[in-house]
Ligand binder design. Structure first.
Ligand code: SP5
Ligand code: ZN
Length: 348
């Protein structure tokens, strides 16, 4: 059967510049799970199965980033590595303590303090090439948005590092710049009236939620591990429904550890109904495959063929669709799982 739609991929090799050595997880330092092989394996699979064409990103100016992130934060990301190497040395920068309950919310002068002020975990290291890689991932997402604007039915932004945990002025969860949110805002700025972000990564996209929480022009729908049990713990509850004008435009569907595809699909159908009612001009899919049964980061039980069904259900939404890569850490299956979503969409 000839697929009705081909999904083009946007990809850049520059993601290799971001190569964190370790992360704090499970009470110790482990080799970073978010590593360059992830993107390489997805690309390899795309080329092996012959989806649509793979193309490089076009450069976009920083204005689009500043529509989502604060100028102080962006300046911090750009200069953090230089400041860190001067103060510490030639190894990854990591934060140390956070402005928690009762602490002053002020940006310190020293790099140790600034790293902490602009972050929410110690799993998201900065190395020499992190800024350039993150900046390029934004170009990848924006180029995907351009393809949609140009009339493509779908596009895949093969972003690395991922983005959905990054808030207006916070990094964390392996994320620095919120690729999906920046692409969303760019589409709105270019004339889209309303837009839905469907986040199927295993983790709650706290960054994306917070960026659009008080707005009615962006619907955020997320399926994720219940924050009572799962990272990021302090965001993603079902009663977070939006604020002010955004009330009713945030839908969290938390699911317990051990969730299999039947229950996941049921929640997904609920989320899809909400998207249909909303009637967006474009849908952005925050595409993580850490819902996979063997993902070292997740506790859901989805299997490789399930991702084909997900892609086909997304096609049923009948909207132009920009897929943006987020998480997924089972290297043996990341390529097949991601590509199955895209292939399921193409066939659906
Ligand atoms: C983009 C993305 O998927 N970021 C995820 C960041 C997760 N960070 C670590 C969370 C720790 C969860 N518990 C580990 C269980 C290991 N068996
Ligand atoms: Zn994730």
């Amino acid at each position: 059967m000839v697929p009705s739609i081909l999904v083009q991929t946007v990809y850049s090799d520059l993601h290799h510049l971001h190569r964190p050595s370790q992360e704090l997880i499970n009470g110790r330092f482990e080799p970073a799970h978010e590593r360059p092989e992830r993107a390489a394996l997805v690309l390899e699979r795309i080329e092996a199965v012959g989806l649509g064409a793979v193309r490089g990103p076009t450069p976009h100016d920083a204005e689009a980033i500043l529509r989502v992130h604060s100028p102080r934060y962006v300046e911090f990301l750009q200069t953090a590595w230089d400041e860190w190497t001067k103060a510490r040395g030639n190894w990854d920068a990591l934060p140390l303590s956070w402005p928690n309950r009762g602490f002053r919310q002020v940006e310190p002068d020293h790099i140790d303090g600034r790293l902490s002020y602009f972050s929410f975990d110690a799993a998201t290291a900065i190395n020499a090439g992190t800024w350039e890689a993150a900046r390029t991932a934004v170009d990848v997402a924006l180029t995907g948005a351009d393809l949609i604007r140009g009339g493509e039915t779908a596009a895949f932004a093969l972003c690395r590092p991922p983005g959905h945990h990054a808030a207006r002025d916070l990094l964390g969860g392996y994320c620095y710049l919120n690729n999906a949110a920046i692409a969303a805002q760019s589409l709105l700025d270019a004339g889209s009236g309303r837009l839905a972000i469907v986040d199927i990564d295993y983790h709650h996209g706290n960054g994306t939620q917070s960026i659009f929480y008080d707005r009615s022009d962006v619907l955020y729908v997320s399926l994720h591990g219940d924050p009572r049990q799962e990272y990021p713990f302090f965001s993603g509850y079902g009663d977070e429904t939006g604020a002010g004008a955004g009330e009713g435009f945030n839908l969290n569907l938390p699911l317990p550890w051990g969730t299999g595809f039947p229950e996941w699909e049921e929640a997904f159908a609920r989320g899809s109904r909400r998207v249909n009612d909303f009637g967006p001009d474009v849908v952005i899919v925050s595409l993580g495959v850490d819902t996979y049964k063997a993902c070292p980061m997740g506790h859901f039980l989805l299997d490789t063929p399930d991702y084909l069904a997900i892609g086909s259900t997304l096609a049923d939404l009948g909207r132009p669709m920009l897929f943006v890569l987020e998480g997924g850490y089972a290297l043996e299956a990341i390529g097949a799982n991601v590509v199955n979503v895209l292939a399921g969409f193409e066939g659906g």
